[in-house]
Design a protein around this ligand. Structure first.
Ligand code: SAM
Length: 219
């Protein structure tokens, strides 16, 4: 079981998720890098959609930097805790919770900590996001890195290696199963609306990192 699955499998409420992810130094450091990358790409006052916003950790940080942040989060318990964590921002209109429809127009969409790994396929999602992100805007996603060598000690990683090499993706056959993708597979799903502009880490750094950041530019 990898670190992500260990964490997620023991989470039953938004409050538990929040506590676990905020108390892990490693996750806090990765989140910090992701937020800095997103903020560095935004212009003054640009608006964001945090897709799969969880408990609103990132939304609160973006709102504090002057970016009105729409949040979409399908899980009730996550949303309930988000409403507590971002209470002041919601009251002040700096964080806006969306219901089932992504009814906003923004400069950027962020999807931090493996949100896109919950999708078996991204074609329909990127089509939908194309209607949300303005020209020149971007989608920044942090996804589980299928090449992470830290996972090589697990049987499931070795069992799925051939599928990864052949098809660029594989799926876990468990209740909490998440899908893993090679970056090229996500890039193909994002086209023609978005093009993969940047990926971090690259080269040898790729095998040492549980998460990979993918930046897609609206074309
Ligand atoms: C590991 S959590 C990350 C939450 C948050 N982005 C963060 O950085 O803490 C993954 C999130 O993806 C959300 N998610 C799962 N399926 C989704 C879907 N189809 N659309 C949007 N979000 C989804 C989950 O509800 C969960 O909040």
């Amino acid at each position: 079981m990898g670190r992500y699955r260990e964490a997620i499998d023991h989470v039953h409420t938004g409050a538990q998720y929040h506590r676990i992810f905020m108390s892990s130094k490693r996750d806090v450091a990765v989140r910090d890098r992701f937020q800095r990358m997103a903020l560095g790409l935004l212009g003054n006052g640009d608006e964001i959609l945090d897709f799969g916003a969880g408990t609103g950790i990132d939304a609160k940080a973006y709102a504090a930097r002057g970016h009105r942040t729409f949040v979409y989060e399908p899980a009730d318990s996550m949303r309930e805790y988000l409403e507590i964590h971002c209470r002041d921002e919601i009251a002040g209109g700096r964080v806006i919770a969306l219901e089932a429809r992504l009814g906003c127009k923004v400069q950027a969409v962020t999807a931090n900590f493996a949100v896109l790994n919950h999708f078996a396929d991204h074609v329909a999602l990127f089509e939908q996001l194309a209607g949300v992100v303005g020209e020149g805007g971007f989608v920044l996603a942090s996804m589980l890195n299928p090449y992470y060598l830290g996972d090589a000690r697990y049987g499931w990683w070795r069992r799925n290696l051939l599928a990864l090499v052949r098809h660029g993706r594989y799926t876990f056959d468990t209740a909490s199963g998440v899908h893993r993708f090679a970056p090229g597979v996500v890039a193909r799903a994002a086209a023609p609306h978005f093009r993969l502009e940047r990926m971090a880490p690259r080269g040898l750094g790729m095998v040492a990192s549980l998460y990979m950041f993918l930046l897609f530019r609206r074309v």
